[in-house]
Design a protein. Structure first.
Length: 121
C-alpha cells in the first residue's frame, strides 16, 4: 500500500461566511460517512479540516533570519481547506477515493503520493 494525501482545495469563490450551520450540516454528514467508509475499508490513516486562510501564519527562514507573516505568503486566492491521508494499493484506487471525497466535501480534491517507501507506515 502507498500513502496518498487527498487535499481539498478552495478557489476563493466560496463565501463560507454566508453559510449557516444548517447549510453546512449536509456536507459535515457526507464527510463523516466518507470518513467511515475509509475506516471500514482499512484505507484511513488521518484526516483534518483546517481553519480559514485568515488564521494562517507563514514562517520564512530561507535567508537565515526568520520572518513571521500573518496570513498566507502566496497572493493566490486558492487555499487548502483540509485533507485526508489514506492508504491505497495504487493511484487508481486513490483517485476513486478522491472522487468520493470530492462529492462529500463539495470541493476539488488533489491526489498526491508521499515520497519514499511508505509501505511500513
Amino acid at each position: 500500500m502507498t500513502l496518498y494525501m487527498l487535499s481539498v482545495h478552495h478557489d476563493g469563490t466560496e463565501d463560507f461566511s454566508q453559510m449557516t450551520p444548517e447549510d453546512m450540516q449536509p456536507i459535515f454528514e457526507a464527510v463523516e460517512r466518507f470518513n467511515k467508509d475509509l475506516q471500514d475499508a482499512g484505507s484511513w490513516v488521518f484526516a483534518g479540516g483546517l481553519e480559514p486562510i485568515e488564521a494562517a501564519t507563514t514562517v520564512d527562514n530561507t535567508k537565515g533570519e526568520a520572518l513571521v507573516i500573518d496570513g498566507p505568503f502566496s497572493e493566490s486566492k486558492e487555499f487548502l481547506g483540509g485533507f485526508w491521508v489514506i492508504k491505497a494499493g495504487d493511484l487508481d484506487e486513490a483517485l476513486a477515493w478522491a472522487q468520493k471525497g470530492s462529492a462529500a466535501c463539495e470541493g476539488k480534491v488533489e491526489v498526491r503520493p508521499f515520497q519514499g517507501d511508505t509501505e511500513g507506515l
